[in-house]
Ligand binder design. Structure first.
Ligand SMILES: [Zn+2]
Length: 172
């Protein structure tokens, strides 16, 4: 039997998760939110995503409780999107996916993710092999790798050229 438009009839947790994060762009929005991107224009410039698609993804991720909309300015009203615990819980999935990409697709590391306390690169589950702990997301330090080739017109990529902790808001 062919799969329907959604996977609701699949008795599988992966299929259920893909109902929320399986659309093109969605995991990249979550990734950027983990990197500390919060503002609409910053997502827009960093992802190079069509405006209508970004608006829909931000709205859906907010409805699903992965992002929380917060007003950061009253006049004129401006909102930012802050990743929630539910969204942060996708970090090990993204870490594993990124390592898979490095091993099977890109070959040259684009970014390193390290335990901020000891500098060891994280394993595929977000764990620190040196300290034998799963590193809390706020203690993950991200650094540019040799394969990174940022677009000079993209202020978020430029901001990410400096080592920073995950979740720490990007200031551009
Ligand atoms: Zn460590």
């Amino acid at each position: 039997m062919a799969l329907g438009k959604d996977y609701a009839t699949q008795e599988c947790s992966i299929a259920h998760a893909l109902e929320i994060v399986g659309e093109r762009w969605t995991l990249l929005v979550v990734r950027d939110a983990l990197f500390g991107v919060r503002r609409y224009n910053d997502f827009l410039v960093h992802l190079g995503i069509p405006r209508a698609v970004l608006s829909t993804r931000l709205q859906k991720l907010t409805e699903q409780g992965l992002l929380e909309k917060r007003q950061y300015q009253q006049s004129p009203p401006r909102d930012e999107y802050v990743i929630t615990e539910r969204g942060i819980a996708l970090w090990p999935t993204l870490r594993a996916l990124g390592l898979w990409g490095r091993e099977h697709v890109t070959e040259t590391p684009l970014r390193y993710f390290r335990h901020a306390d000891c500098g060891t690169e994280l394993g595929p589950y977000g764990e620190c092999p040196t300290c034998a702990i799963v590193v809390p997301v706020e203690d993950v330090l991200m650094e540019p790798g040799p394969g990174l080739d940022p677009d000079p017109a993209d202020s978020v990529s430029r901001a990410l050229l400096k080592p920073k902790r995950l979740l720490e808001p990007i200031s551009v």
